[in-house]
Design a protein around this ligand. Structure first.
Ligand SMILES: [Zn+2]
Length: 149
């Protein structure tokens, strides 16, 4: 990014998501950057405008990858606020099970999943065990199932 533009530190994951480590992107209240004329906008919105130009009135930036911490412009699309609300509802439904990974996998499966790290793609692992990519990621990073390390 050029000149005085905001700088972000990112980590690219197996999904191609640019996970921001320097800002709280997924918290829209904190994740505002000040752009020209003191205008504030959320980071994904800022990135989108940098890449694709101005966002039409009433439109919001949505994540195709469902990773709100991601600023890969290719993972973004425009939608309406209503789409976003629907997404949030759908996500609420799915994260209920996700918050408690024990409901879906056991320590031995977590161990198996850990052993697959580096051998097959994160998406394949998620499909194989019918869990979300995020869950696989958490197992791989040791965020969940530390006992399986
Ligand atoms: Zn992404």
């Amino acid at each position: 990014m050029r000149g005085r533009k905001a700088k972000f530190q990112i980590e690219v994951d197996d999904n191609g998501c640019y996970n921001v480590t320097s800002h709280h992107v997924s918290n829209p209240k904190k994740a505002k950057v000040t752009v020209k004329r003191g205008k504030k906008m959320t980071i994904p919105r800022y990135i989108y405008e940098e890449c694709f130009g101005e966002i039409p009135e009433g439109m919001v930036v949505r994540h195709k990858c469902d990773n709100t911490n991601c600023i890969n412009p290719e993972h973004m699309e425009l939608g309406t606020q209503l789409d976003n609300i629907q997404d949030a509802i759908d996500r609420g439904r799915t994260t209920k099970g996700e918050k408690n990974p024990a409901s879906k996998i056991t320590t031995s499966i977590a161990k198996e999943i850990r052993e697959l790290q580096g051998n097959i793609s994160i998406k394949k692992v998620a499909e194989k065990y019918n869990i979300s990519v995020t869950q696989v990621w958490r197992i791989w990073t040791g965020e969940n199932w530390e006992e399986a390390i």
